[in-house]
Each structure stands twice: as C-alpha cells, then as structure tokens.
Design a protein around this ligand. Structure first.
Ligand SMILES: CC(C)(COP(=O)(O)OP(=O)(O)OC[C@H]1O[C@@H](n2cnc3c(N)ncnc32)[C@H](O)[C@@H]1OP(=O)(O)O)[C@@H](O)C(=O)NCCC(=O)NCCS
Length: 175
C-alpha cells in the first residue's frame, strides 16, 4: 500500500515531475511571496531550508502503509518550475484515500495552472488503488475552492483543523 511512487504526469501545458532535491533552489524563488502562505500557514523558505524539507519528504512517511507523493509543476513551453502538487495516500475503509494539495507561484496564478495540475493529478490517482480524493480548504479560500470544484471534488460539511474537507469518490473498486 505504501509503495505508490510519483510518475511524470503530462497535461496539455504542464508536466508534473516527481520532486527532486535539486528542485529546491528554483522552487524557493518560485514560492517566495509571503502571501502564498496566508491560508496554508508557514512562510517562504530559503533554498537550503527547502532542500532539507525536500530531503525529509523524499525519505517518505515513517508509516510504511502511507505513500507521500510530491511533484513540481513544470511549464511545457519554457523550462520553468511554477508550483507543486502533492498526494498523501493512506489506508482507509472501504479503500485508500489520497489527500491532495496544490500551490502555484504568484507570478503564474490565474492562468488555470492549478486547475490543470490538479486534474492531471486526480486522473493519475484514478489509475491507482485509491478509493477517494480529499482536500482540506480554508472556508474563505475562494481560489482553492474553485480548483477543487473544477477537479470534481465537493464540500463534505466535515471540518479538519479549521478547514473544510472536500471529497471525490473514484469510480472503481479499489481496495
Ligand atoms: C490556490 C492556488 C493554487 C490557485 O492557483 P491558480 O493557478 O491561480 O488557479 P487557477 O488559475 O487554476 O484558477 C482556479 C480558480 O481560482 C480562481 N482564482 C485564482 N486566484 C484567485 C484569487 N486570488 N481570488 C479569487 N479567485 C481566484 C480563478 O479565477 C479560477 O476560478 P474559475 O475556475 O471559476 O475560473 C493559488 O492561489 C495558490 O497557490 N495559493 C496559495 C497556496 C494555497 O493556498 N494552496 C491551497 C492548498 S489546499
């Protein structure tokens, strides 16, 4: 169960590329705007801090049943990294769930990049043994709610650390 590994996911304008430690320097500059962290908490990280974080992420979950899958979002037309998507896949009843999240650098927002990346990620998850996709979104975060809606998730009415849980049940019998 905990052995799901990220793969390259091509979409129309993007490539979702499995995270590597050497992405840290470029991602540090892409995600340098403090406003990016208004809803999700945290602050911009230096290249060295991000490198350390990526090392931990790439080491994987301490729980062998859980898969941590992380991608950078690369533009196809120019070799530039503009954001990240992630999926944490956890055993659950009646089948595994993937908690997903997204972030796009301020300079590249409002071009449909988050929607395209999230759809690509969910299409990839449909081909994995995953029963449902979840996202936890601050109730005032309109952009993120729009990304979730465009990706087929719906608000559940359940709360998780002050955020509303959105869900998409996938149409296959994963177990
Ligand atoms: C949420 C986020 C990823 C959206 O990225 P993006 O690439 O600009 O999103 P898209 O261009 O795909 O737009 C998605 C929708 O959000 C809307 N939107 C984008 N920015 C918005 C803003 N600042 N205010 C209101 N709506 C906004 C778009 O109009 C679009 O709506 P539509 O589907 O009705 O047309 C980006 O704002 C971000 O990284 N925020 C900080 C990190 C974060 O909070 N992540 C969420 C974790 S769950």
């Amino acid at each position: 169960m905990g052995d799901i590994r990220p793969q390259v996911i091509p979409t129309e304008r993007l490539g979702l590329v499995p995270l590597r430690i050497d992405h840290a320097e470029e991602m540090s500059s892409a995600l340098a705007d403090p406003a990016l962290y208004d809803f999700i908490g945290g602050a911009p990280l230096t290249p060295q801090e991000l490198r350390s974080r990526y090392e931990l992420m790439l080491a994987g979950s301490p729980d062998p049943e859980v898969s941590w899958c992380n991608w950078v979002i690369q533009l196809r037309d120019e070799p530039r990294l503009v954001g990240t998507v992630q999926a944490t896949i956890t055993p659950a009843y009646p089948g595994p769930v993937a908690e997903i999240a997204w972030i796009v650098g301020t300079d590249w927002q409002r071009r449909g990049i988050a929607k395209e990346a999230a759809r690509g990620l969910v299409d990839w998850l449909r081909r994995k043994p995953v029963r449902a996709v979840l996202a936890h979104i601050h109730p005032d975060h309109r952009a993120s709610a729009a990304v979730a809606t465009a990706t087929g998730l719906e608000p559940t009415g359940q709360w998780h650390d002050g955020e509303l849980t959105w869900r998409l049940t996938l149409n296959h019998d994963a177990s």
